[in-house]
Design a protein around this ligand. Sequence first.
Ligand SMILES: *Cc1c(COP(=O)(O)O)cnc(C)c1O
Length: 433
Amino acid sequence: MTSPSVKDLPDWFREGYGNVWLPYTQMQTAEDALPVVGTEGVTLELADGTKLIDGVASWWTACHGYNNPRMQEQMIAQVKNMSHVMLGGLLHEGAATLARRLADLLPGDLNHVFFSESGSVSVEIALKMAVQYWMNKGETGHQRFVCFQSGYHGDTTAAMSVSNSGGDLENEGGMHKAFSGFLQQQFLRPLPETPTEMAEFDAFLAAHKDDIAGVVMEPLIQGAGGMKFHGADILAEISASCARHDVLLILDEIFTGFGRTGTMFACEQAGITPDIICLGKALTAGTVAMAATVATDKVYGAFLSDDPDMAFMHGPTYMANPLACAAANASLDIFRDEPVLEQVKRIEGHLNQSLEQFRELPGVVDVRVKGAVGVIQMKEIKDPAAMRARFAREGVWIRPLGDVIYLTPSFTIESHELAALTQAIDKVLNSAD
Ligand SMILES: *Cc1c(COP(=O)(O)O)cnc(C)c1O
């Protein structure tokens, strides 16, 4: 294991490296991990004092920048009072307040918040909720989900079954291909983009609605599956089609939620309310693990009964962790008090201008920007690890994903820091190696 941009690896790194199993990593050949010792604003500090401007905000989470003083203040106060209590039979102020605030912010009657600790689990919960919704209504069938090519909904079992990240319509070649025989078969469809495809999609729902529990999708941007964009009109039509055939719509806003696409939630741009929405990632602005699955009155209502068997059987140990609730409430305070969505607009304008120069470069297939997401689509990226190391040598933290180079910075990023990110991309794309 070598770490090219760090001169002297600290003892803790050399001694502990062999005991940490890194994500999505072939550990035998990895040259992957950099020793990070601190964060501040939009930068990561490495053990040798190198500072990297973070272009991806730690997997799209740190929307208000690192070490945000308002976040820190409320989290420290929470730790001093109560870091954690179980939610079984106990309710604390942070959870009640956060649930009410999310219900107020979300469109329509998405009023019922089920907390969990990771995005994948919030998707598992949404799928279980949808299946049991139909059972509680006394309708049999409704056990399968419609999902889309290039979608990504997490790495747990049911979440993998509705994902197709890096794959194709036959579900081959995707990041989870090793598990295809183990997973439940879902209805994997192309994302309908033309009127003809939309009509086909509608006909598909009509034909299979008795087997379908719900349609699962990432609205406006498919993230981990390649930063692929679609219009709000397509989202609105899919929603209308679901309503027409009485199929539940589950929107996974784990990536798109909390301002990333320019509105608080992506679904607002289509003027729709899904039946169930999944939130995660920036929910706690990149501080501690938390996710949520939020249901409408209609979905929630199907679980109300004097029959205990109709209750929802799920309950993560750390659900609604008070420290995470404090972080999420602090983040929502910042959204309330500061011009965060204007910061996103400013980033969008900057990226629209600065990424355009890459469109004509050899190997670049497309350049696209939505909200605080900037994407340079390459024909291919042969060695993403080498490219990542090149970016680190240029003083930036950018992780190519499949065949795209993307930026999803913190909303607090300054213009000169954004410029440093695009200059680094310029250098790397224009260099020979
Ligand atoms: C990251 C992500 C997930 C999974 O969330 P984890 O917290 O990593 O489990 C699910 N769906 C989408 C759209 C995501 O971006």
